[in-house]
Design a binder for this molecule. Structure first.
Ligand SMILES: Cc1cc2nc3c(=O)[nH]c(=O)nc-3n(C[C@H](O)[C@H](O)[C@H](O)COP(=O)(O)O)c2cc1C
Length: 176
């Protein structure tokens, strides 16, 4: 066994399927991928993710009081990389800037990515400071998925991204 730096322990959790968090406020659309999304409660349905307070998306969520979660097929690897390696602080619509389309969700009006395989509309519940990040919790008010999801993903059509770190393959650690 080799020693792992404690600040890099999160990398032991890879590969992880990233999700896109998006929020809109006063005409601005913010978005970023997260690897830290977790289901926290089934009733009520609560999801949470860890965010640096410096992220434009985090600030927009606090202003909007709501956010969306989207899962993307791996063919959107480039778009997800661009969302995750640029700040949207000076971009009016970060989703559009990387070529993704969105429309307001029917329940909360949050920006839902049209190319997504599944998406949630969430009401912001709380943000709790934990070390250098914040745990952001939201209550799911609406959820939708493409037909590949039949109680569970069948993976007949949906092929999720497997993130292993920037500049590394999104397709997982396995060699062909
Ligand atoms: C695949 C991927 C997953 C990421 N996961 C997280 C995460 O869980 N939490 C976090 O704070 N940042 C995460 N990041 C970094 C943010 O997405 C990144 O800093 C982004 O540019 C923030 O954009 P914004 O400032 O426009 O909100 C991730 C980046 C990538 C590429």
């Amino acid at each position: 066994m080799r020693k792992v730096e404690r600040s890099k322990v999160y990398r032991l959790l890879y590969p992880t399927v990233p999700a896109i968090i998006a929020a809109a406020h006063q005409g601005k659309v913010a978005a970023m991928p997260v690897v830290s999304l977790v289901s926290l409660s089934n009733s009520p349905p609560l999801v949470g993710f860890s965010s640096s307070a410096s992220h434009s998306t985090y600030k927009t969520i606090l202003e909007a009081g709501r956010f969306s979660v989207s899962w993307m097929d791996r063919r959107f690897e480039d778009e997800i990389t661009r969302l995750g390696t640029s700040s949207g602080s000076k971009t009016p619509d970060k989703l559009r800037s990387v070529g993704l389309h969105h429309r307001p969700g029917k329940v909360l009006g949050v920006p839902l990515i049209e190319e997504a395989a599944a998406s949630l509309e969430c009401r912001f519940s709380l943000s709790q400071r934990l070390g250098d990040h914040n745990l952001v919790v939201g209550e799911v008010k609406s959820a939708q998925a493409v037909d590949d999801f039949e109680e569970y993903w069948t993976f007949q059509h949906y092929s999720p991204l497997l993130y292993s770190g920037l500049g590394r393959s999104f397709r997982g650690p396995y060699r062909d």
